[in-house]
Design a protein around this ligand. Structure first.
Ligand code: SF4
Ligand code: SF4
Length: 356
């Protein structure tokens, strides 16, 4: 398999799913809850969709920003096919702008998406079938859509998920759940697992990272995924002074208990300073364990604390092309999550701080 096809050979814009053409020539995108209304030449908040003469197109179809292979437990997903290995992939663009994002160059991805829009990109294009072939060659059991927000990449996610199912691979969708009900109905028949953040129950917290995001909408989307039959696990990254109020966190546990079930897994992860939140300390261990105790008191049976692991970054991994063309042996030599990223001393992406 030749693995990577240069953009100029195979890349092309894909029409955005769930677009609504309006009488004035603008088009509304219903992939995520921004529901951007765009005129010719305008790009959505995520930067990954553009209106060209009344039709919306996805810029990032088949464009892979990062790739990695590891245990499904690292997603984190604990109770779906434990012990199996998953190939994680992501593109560019996100519906949020989190102050503590560890994937900024991927989630914002403005440079990469600008280059694609101008036809000046040297990014590799990977067809859905090439991605499946790569996963099978590396003998993983599943594919995870992560790093950036898969909701803004739904066209590719769906095409890969359908082929994955035919090939006997499961799929995992790691999301902020700022997604529309229509989009969830599209993916639910083909995607096995939703691993979703519940970042806070405080409306101000969500407004700060996305002025359109409503706490209730996020919760409704997670509940809908559960009701549609997806295996759902949730995660909260505890950020000192931002979302570490124990009563609020106990309320998250209670919501999970009442809406997803007492055995629904909740992952409590440690915050590591990054980007606009570089001045905050990492989450103290005592806080993480206090949250665990409150979750248990709320009746949750599967609560997991991660005192050593914060994000899902892949900044120091091998280039995408090496995954696609390399043999299975070389993949496992990948160095993951360098000291410049996570860790007590690691503050990510200094270059973004300079722009503040
Ligand atoms: S995916 Fe979301 S942010 Fe992107 S264009 Fe569509 S509605 Fe807007
Ligand atoms: S932390 Fe997640 S949801 Fe927030 S900007 Fe980064 S990728 Fe998007």
């Amino acid at each position: 398999m030749s693995g990577v096809t240069r953009k100029t050979d195979a890349y092309q814009l894909q029409a955005t799913r769930l677009q609504e053409k309006l009488a004035d020539g603008s088009t509304r995108c219903h992939l995520c809850s921004w529901r951007c209304r765009l005129r010719h030449g305008q790009r959505g908040f995520c930067q990954a969709h553009v209106n060209r003469h009344g039709t919306l197109y996805n810029l990032s179809y088949g464009i892979i920003s990062a790739i990695d292979i590891g245990p499904i437990e690292d997603k984190p997903v604990k109770l779906f096919q434990p012990g199996t290995r998953v190939m994680s992939i992501g593109s560019y663009g996100c519906s949020f702008r989190c102050g503590g994002c560890h994937n900024l160059d991927i989630s914002w991805g403005v440079t990469a998406l600008d280059d694609l829009a101008r036809g000046q990109s040297t990014e590799a294009y990977v067809s859905p079938q090439q991605m499946i072939d790569t996963a099978l060659r590396h003998q993983v059991q599943g594919i995870a859509f992560t790093y950036s927000e898969p909701a803004v990449w739904l066209e590719y996610v769906l095409d890969v998920a359908k082929l994955a199912r035919e090939a006997g691979l499961y799929t995992v969708y790691v999301s902020n759940s700022f997604v529309t009900h229509e989009a969830l109905r599209e993916i639910a028949p083909f995607v096995d697992v939703l691993c979703s953040d519940i970042k806070s129950l405080d409306q101000d917290f969500y407004t700060d990272i996305c002025r359109m995001a409503k706490v209730q909408d996020i919760l409704d989307a997670i509940k809908q995924a559960h009701d549609l039959g997806m295996h759902v696990e949730t995660r909260t990254n505890i950020i000192p002074t931002r979302n570490d109020d124990l009563d609020m966190l106990a309320d998250i546990a209670k919501w999970i208990h009442d809406n997803l079930g007492a055995d629904s897994p909740w992952h409590i992860t440690k915050f590591f300073p990054a980007y606009k939140l570089s001045h905050l300390p990492p989450t103290p261990s005592e806080t993480l364990h206090a949250v665990y105790d409150r979750a248990k008191q709320a009746g949750l049976t599967n609560v997991y604390v991660y005192d050593d692991k914060g994000c899902d970054c892949a900044t120091e991994n091998l280039p995408v092309s090496q995954y696609l063309d390399g043999d299975a042996q070389s993949i496992h030599e990948v160095k993951k999550c360098a000291a410049t990223c996570c860790g007590e001393e690691g503050v990510l992406l200094k270059k973004y701080e300079a722009e503040q």
